[in-house]
Design a protein around this ligand. Structure first.
Ligand SMILES: Nc1ncnc2c1ncn2[C@@H]1O[C@H](COP(=O)(O)OP(=O)(O)O)[C@@H](O)[C@H]1O
Ligand SMILES: [Mg+2]
Length: 238
């Protein structure tokens, strides 16, 4: 269980204090999928970076299974089982996809095991397993491999920031199915298909948590807002 208590984040910009997240409190349940959505600039990536420890909140506390992790660096959070899949994957020269899967899972995988992770994200495993993870891969291929690496990690909680970014919508149907309920998943997304797969949806607006409820209820609300032509953040609702 991950708990945020009164999390705020502000920066000083040209002598003015800019509040990016404002007093966010919530609980993310184990073995469940929570989707975070909202307009561009509403604070979604900032919130996930705070959970991972990439940036520190200016106020508030974060607890993971009742352990206060607020001041814990990224590597210690990772040891506790909190992992993060970056919005933009980083490429490496001289390291194969199989090497990366072994590193991610912290174990030597059989080829068939490693291939399973790749198949799960919809790529033909045998074509990629021995390839270097470098710039010769297309953006969409890199992104899928990055998702496979996140899935290979043995953590208890995985945070994805816009996993759909850079992946064609034709194959997104299958992609939304890669998230099982084997862990606590926190997924920033605008994709209605992915939101429908979530147990709960959180909506951020100008750094505030405006809604956090079961997916059915929140999607219903978002659809009503769409009818009033009042929303611009959800791809397939827009
Ligand atoms: N270090 C920073 N300094 C100034 N503004 C920032 C900083 N980090 C984020 N922001 C601003 O905070 C807002 C929220 O950013 P972000 O969390 O990336 O939004 P989202 O992921 O919801 O699109 C944006 O307006 C962004 O420009
Ligand atoms: Mg973002």
């Amino acid at each position: 269980m991950l708990e945020l208590k009164n999390i705020s984040y502000s920066v000083v910009e040209r002598d003015n204090v800019k509040t990016i997240l404002n007093d966010i409190s919530c609980v993310f349940d184990d073995y469940s999928i929570t989707a975070i959505t909202g307009h561009n600039g509403s604070g979604k990536s900032t919130l996930t970076k705070i959970i991972m420890g990439i940036i520190q909140p200016t106020q508030g506390k974060i607890y993971f299974n009742n352990i206060d992790i607020t001041d814990m660096p990224i590597d210690e959070r990772a040891k506790l089982g909190i992992n993060y899949a970056f919005q933009q994957p980083i490429t490496f020269k001289g390291i194969t996809v199989k090497d990366l899967i072994d590193m991610a899972s912290n174990s030597e995988n059989s080829v068939s095991n490693a291939c399973d992770y790749l198949s799960r994200v919809g790529i033909c495993a045998k074509d990629y397993i021995n390839r270097d993870f470098d710039k010769t891969l297309s953006g969409g291929e890199q992104k899928r491999i990055e998702l496979a690496l996140a899935l290979a990690k043995k953590g208890k909680c995985i945070i994805f920031d816009e996993p759909e970014a850079g992946i064609d919508l034709w194959s997104f149907d299958r992609l939304s199915e890669i998230f099982d309920k084997d862990k606590l998943y926190i997924i920033v997304s605008h994709q209605e298909r992915l939101l429908k797969r979530a147990d709960k949806i959180m909506v951020l607006e100008n750094g505030r948590l405006v809604t956090y409820d079961t997916a059915g209820k929140v999607l219903n609300e978002l659809n009503k807002m769409k009818c009033r032509k009042n929303i611009g953040g959800i791809d397939e609702i827009r």
